[in-house]
Write a protein that binds this ligand. Structure first.
Ligand code: ZN
Length: 80
């Protein structure tokens, strides 16, 4: 059996080296030195501001929890 498969995209938090806009909403400005979420997209990366990143992570967590709940429900195990 191999390692458990990761369902999470390759993502890291880094600091912007220069000022640029958020790739989810170009009205969001990421200043030099600001933290940002860096997401691998093919051979390059996309960068999102912390407000967008926080929402994406919330949504992802909710989605994963729902999936886990559905799996447990199907298996007849009580939810915790
Ligand atoms: Zn943003």
């Amino acid at each position: 059996m191999g390692r458990p498969k990761t369902l999470i995209l390759a993502m890291t938090v880094d600091k912007a080296l220069k000022r640029h806009t958020c790739q989810h909403n170009n009205k969001h400005v990421i200043s030099k030195g600001d933290l940002r979420l860096k997401v691998a997209k093919g051979r390059s990366h996309e960068h999102y501001c912390t407000a967008c990143a926080d929402k994406f992570i919330d949504l992802a967590l909710q989605g994963l929890q729902k999936l886990q709940g559905d799996l447990r429900l199907e298996a007849g195990e009580p939810r915790d």
